[in-house]
Design a binder for this molecule. Structure first.
Ligand code: C2E
Ligand code: CA
Ligand code: CA
Length: 444
């Protein structure tokens, strides 16, 4: 059977389906991604890569039944229509057969290449299934396989299907960024030494028109790995710095911390995006902190270290977020140009009830201070935890006790009116008189 081009594949498939009385239920489409070949486009040229795909498609057609169809349906994509299946499971068996063929090293000149394929499988569900629908479903399953790094993924017809929801969220998020339907909330960070709010953490918020509020970590997951991520980061950077300049003009002398994801650190334009935002909003660069998670910075990719050094050279501060939950190596810690660590709230929230948690917090504070780093504790919800943290020498406190994340106007109102006198007894108990806070004393 010849290898068909995309339009010919669709036409031939439609004919096959109508010849069999459109009983799509006996058929399946397999869509095979050969994205690894994209790397060769720039090395060998399109014509040579097309030839390789033709060879691969021929191998696949030879392995299938003679009445099945094989076509090249995308730049690095081959699809097969399997007809007259005795059982749906036979489509999965065919997909396994194909992965065995494609997972053997493919000879190229004197070298072998690994194709790392992944396959989406979609059955025709009933008589009404068209080839278009089966192709769409196989393609969705293939995207899901790619994302989840699986070899074979089966399309499951279910409107609540996580991947479809994610796909819709992706386009809705794209629109939300373009129409500025997102907003930021600011959570105060209280400095023990000055008794004032010295900074805030900017946290992303999105209320989806149908799904309601979407958790920011979920939102980042939707954007990551796609062109949305740099767009979103650009939006966050500009909005955080603009709103920070608004509260600074309103008399709140606080900086701002912005979360960067692992994707952000790998983004080639991240330095330019940050420099542009700094130029426009004119906030002293040492009042801006970039928070990165342990896991993101433990990627030994050289570019990540270069990016962090670059941000640091621009005068920004760097903070290691969620400290204690990732898998830091001490040598990597020493390599990173850090200013701050944030102790993860899983240790903080249980430190007054679990002695082991308290010992971990104590050790992190000591280690950080040995390395001249500022220590922030997040998730501080009660005065006992606050008192213990200040006794242990923690520098900055963040959590519901000080303030929840708030929209800009609420933040300005709350912080302008709040004198934090309620913290004074805990601070006085926590230590000697040096611990009493100038900010609080001044406010009296
Ligand atoms: P994170 O950076 O660890 O942020 C701290 C989270 O703890 C926030 O959740 C905050 O609302 C919550 N929190 C603060 N104080 C307390 C407390 O006392 N008790 C409790 N139970 N929770 C507290 P949120 O806003 O849901 O953010 C979740 C995560 O989403 C963040 O974790 C961060 O990883 C990510 N995120 C948020 N905004 C952005 C952003 O603009 N960019 C990126 N890349 N990630 C973001
Ligand atoms: Ca954070
Ligand atoms: Ca955190």
């Amino acid at each position: 059977m010849p290898i068909l081009s995309y339009p010919n594949f669709l036409q031939a498939a439609e004919r096959k389906l109508s010849d069999s009385g459109n009983t799509c239920g006996n058929h399946a489409v397999l869509t095979i991604n050969l994205g690894r070949l994209a790397e060769l486009d720039g090395i060998l040229g399109y014509a040579a890569v097309d030839q390789i795909i033709q060879t691969i498609a021929t191998q696949l057609a030879d392995a299938l039944n003679p009445e099945d169809l094989t076509g090249i349906t995308g730049r690095h994509q081959v699809s097969c229509l399997l007809v007259n299946l005795l059982a749906h499971a036979h489509a999965v068996l065919a997909a396994h057969k194909i992965t065995r063929i494609l997972n053997s090293p493919f000879p190229l000149g004197r070298q072998n290449i690994l194709l790392n394929p992944c396959i989406g499988v979609a059955y025709g569900c009933d008589k009404n299934s068209t080839i278009d629908l089966m192709m769409r479903n196989a393609s969705l399953a293939m995207q899901q396989a790619l994302q989840e790094k699986e070899l074979i993924k089966l399309f499951v017809e279910n409107p609540e299907d996580a991947y479809l929801t994610q796909l819709h969220l992706w386009s809705d998020l794209n629109e939300a960024i373009e129409t500025s339907a997102l907003h930021l909330q600011f959570q105060p960070q209280f400095s023990v030494a000055s008794g004032k709010i010295e900074s805030t953490e900017a946290l992303l918020r999105w209320t989806h028109p149908h799904h309601g509020p979407i958790r920011p970590d979920k939102l980042i997951q939707v954007a990551e790995g796609s062109i949305l991520m740099p767009k979103l980061t650009q939006w966050v950077l500009h909005t955080a710095l603009r709103e920070c300049s608004t509260y600074r003009k309103a008399g709140i002398d606080a900086g701002v911390s912005i979360n960067f994801s692992a994707d952000d650190l790998r983004e080639p334009d991240i330095i330019d995006l940050t420099a542009q935002a700094l130029n426009i909003w004119n906030i002293p660069s040492d009042r801006i902190t970039v928070e990165v998670t342990e896991t993101a910075v433990m990627d030994t990719n050289r570019n990540i270290l270069d990016t962090l050094n670059h941000l640091k050279d621009m005068g920004l501060k760097l903070s290691m977020d969620d400290f204690g939950t990732g898998y830091s190596s001490m040598s990597r810690m020493l390599e990173l140009p850090l200013d701050e660590v944030k102790i993860d709230m899983i240790f903080v929230r249980q430190m007054t009830t679990h002695p082991k948690h308290e010992r971990i917090v104590d050790s992190i504070i000591n280690l950080a201070h040995q390395l001249n780093l500022t220590v922030v504790a997040e998730g501080v919800e009660d005065i006992d935890t606050f008192r213990r943290l200040t006794e242990l020498g923690c520098d900055v406190i963040q959590g519901y006790l000080i303030g929840k994340p708030m929209p800009l106007t609420d933040f300005i109102k709350t912080v302008s009116q709040q004198s934090f006198e309620f913290l004074q007894p805990a601070l006085s108990e926590a230590g000697d008189s040096d611990q009493s806070i100038p900010g609080i004393m001044n406010s009296r």
